[in-house]
Design a protein. Structure first.
Length: 328
């Protein structure tokens, strides 16, 4: 006789699996930005349970394993992510991810390919921050980096501002050229995308700068930043990573996705706090800006605004819930 548990055995992997292509179809950037607005409103309302993510170093290939869990309202889930420093084979992405969202009625899991989910929700939160913080008349953007995240950054910024021209810089000029060719004229993205020879050349005249790199040494320096500029920085997620010079935060409005996470994971913010450039209490959380808190928002047109995101599990839960709703 079979043991009792064998009688309840299911076919191999009986659960629904949502692919990256399904995610892209179900979660256009404009929808994703509104989903992120809801995610941070839930955070502001205290309707989110979310421990800090755990990060486990990997040796072969070198990188990091991230574990991110949250409950947002009735929905809850976990995402597993590997972020590689250098992919072991040409053409492989740096980021691999899988999301498990649990049905609030039955607690059954739905599985997602989460590379697209991660890229879209990361771009979307920068789009939300840009909508709330960048000058209304911003028309020029600089993209530092030319990978998947850089693509969704440009898409998101073009959703919330009338962008007339963009410049892109990458350590590998061929990647920057490919980025420009692939993104030029796609939906809201302008036809004018040029490849810059340096970070300084890319940001010259830019109203908005998006940093999407795995840099461990600053790429955007204080001397590159001009009054009224808005910066989105999404690449770093460890204390030893650094995309921009911490001095940039001096006198700027500094908005983070979550203060606790930024002080534990955002290398630039941690360095700036240690150096006394900005205080921990001086960091404004995006959820406060979303709900119109007293510390949120641009004070005047010449103010420099910086949004530093390390990525939160609530973003994944709300984004994947949105995909579920659209694909039923």
């Amino acid at each position: 006789m079979l043991p009792a548990y064998a009688a309840r055995a299911r076919p191999m992997f009986p659960y629904r699996y949502i692919t990256d292509d399904e995610v892209r179809r179900a979660l256009p950037m404009s929808t994703a930005i509104e989903a992120m607005r809801e995610a941070f409103a839930l955070l502001a309302a205290g309707q989110v349970e979310m421990p800090l993510r755990s990060a486990i170093p990997l040796d072969a290939p070198p990188g990091t394993l991230l574990v991110m869990s949250a409950r947002a309202g009735r929905w809850y889930g976990t995402k597993l992510v590997t972020v590689l420093r250098d992919p072991p084979a040409r053409g492989l992405p740096r980021v691999h991810a899988v999301m498990v969202l649990f049905d609030p009625e039955t607690a059954e899991p739905v599985w997602f390919d989460a590379e697209a989910l991660t890229a879209i929700r990361t771009g979307a939160v920068s789009g939300l921050a840009t909508e709330l913080l960048a000058r209304e008349d911003a028309t020029r953007v600089a993209i530092i980096g030319a990978g998947t995240q850089a693509r969704t950054q440009l898409d998101a910024v073009c959703c919330v501002r009338k962008i007339e021209g963009a410049r892109v810089w990458s350590r590998t000029s061929a990647r920057a050229s490919r980025f420009a060719a692939e993104m030029r004229g796609v939906e809201r993205v302008p036809n004018e995308i040029t490849v810059a020879a340096s970070v300084e050349a890319a940001v010259d005249g830019a109203d908005i700068v998006c940093l999407a790199t795995p840099a461990t040494e600053p790429l955007l320096l204080a001397r590159h930043v001009r009054p009224g500029m808005h910066v989105n920085a999404v690449g770093s997620f460890r204390a030893d990573m650094c995309e921009f010079e911490p001095a940039i935060l001096s006198g700027a409005l500094v908005v983070v996705d979550q203060r606790e996470a930024a002080l534990a994971e955002a290398g630039e913010v941690m360095a700036a706090v240690r150096a006394g450039v900005v205080s921990a209490d001086g960091l404004v959380e995006l959820c406060d800006v979303v709900v119109g808190g007293p510390r949120g928002g641009r004070a005047e047109s010449a103010q420099v605004t910086v949004f530093k995101s390390v990525g939160l599990a609530v973003q994944d839960v709300v984004a994947s819930r949105e995909v579920m709703a659209a694909s039923r």
